[in-house]
Design a protein around this ligand. Structure first.
Ligand SMILES: Nc1ncnc2c1ncn2[C@@H]1O[C@H](COP(=O)(O)OP(=O)(O)O)[C@@H](O)[C@H]1O
Ligand SMILES: O=C(O)c1ccc[n+]([C@@H]2O[C@H](COP(=O)([O-])O)[C@@H](O)[C@H]2O)c1
Ligand SMILES: [Mg+2]
Length: 202
């Protein structure tokens, strides 16, 4: 059996932190990070505002991301092995003879704004935090391309508001998480929720 979990959320909500804990705790669990699909800086459009437009879906190679997820769907055991994920004995077999449960976590800031991905998730989470907290956490981060001055208010936050509205119109099965809770609380809440869903689907 295969199960795909979306860990979406605004920038600095705590997606990667939560995901890294879940993949250690869940059996036969692989991960796809949306951040790994950012295009090169010279392929990122510069807007009329003068900022490189990083926080839009076209800044990402979404075709490659979908193909990676398809690769997992076609043969999760092979995907796990090639990504160094240890498998339980019952999940070792590839193809229809496999009796084990395989889990994939897809993690990123624009998971629910790309039509071809909307039907892929069995369970969807979205972490959010207030503006001030987001701005503060972001100011402590260094990305592969550091934020130029003014990027947060000029591009990151307005794009978040736009995408959030779109997402709320597209999806009605998202479980919203309060990113202001402690890391432990968020992890425990999501781990329990996944366990409940998996038990109910057996
Ligand atoms: N629940 C939390 N409470 C306080 N700080 C958090 C929490 N979760 C994550 N952080 C911190 O916020 C920053 C961004 O976390 P990260 O997991 O990288 O977010 P994202 O992947 O959503 O951008 C990191 O410094 C991380 O330690
Ligand atoms: O990873 C990169 O190459 C990269 C380069 C430039 C910017 N980013 C930022 O990465 C953010 C999404 O990642 P995250 O972990 O903050 O959700 C998004 O807000 C972008 O502005 C990321
Ligand atoms: Mg992250």
């Amino acid at each position: 059996m295969k199960f795909i979990i979306g860990i979406g959320g605004m920038t600095n909500g705590g997606k990667t932190t939560l995901t890294n804990r879940l993949i250690k705790a869940l059996p036969n669990c692989c991960v796809v990070h949306q951040d790994d699909f950012f295009k090169k800086p010279d392929q990122i459009e510069v807007g009329e505002d003068g900022f490189r437009q990083w926080d839009v879906i076209t800044a990402l190679d979404m075709e490659a991301m979908v193909n990676t997820i398809k690769g997992w769907q076609e043969n999760p055991a092979k995907f796990a092995r090639s990504h160094g994920v240890n498998l339980t004995v019952d999940a070792e077999a590839s193809g229809p003879e496999s009796t084990g449960m395989h889990i994939l976590i897809v993690e990123g800031f624009l998971l629910y704004n790309y039509q071809p991905l909307l039907d892929v998730y069995d369970q969807c989470y979205y972490i959010s935090i207030p503006y001030q907290e987001c701005k503060q956490r972001r100011s402590t981060r260094t990305y592969t391309v550091p934020d130029p001055p003014g990027l947060f208010d000029g591009h990151v936050w307005p794009m978040y508001l736009k995408h959030r509205k779109e997402m709320e119109n597209n999806c009605n099965s998202i479980e919203y998480l309060d990113g202001m809770k402690s890391k432990d609380e968020i992890y425990n809440q999501v781990y329990q929720s996944i366990q409940n869903t998996l038990l109910n689907s057996l």
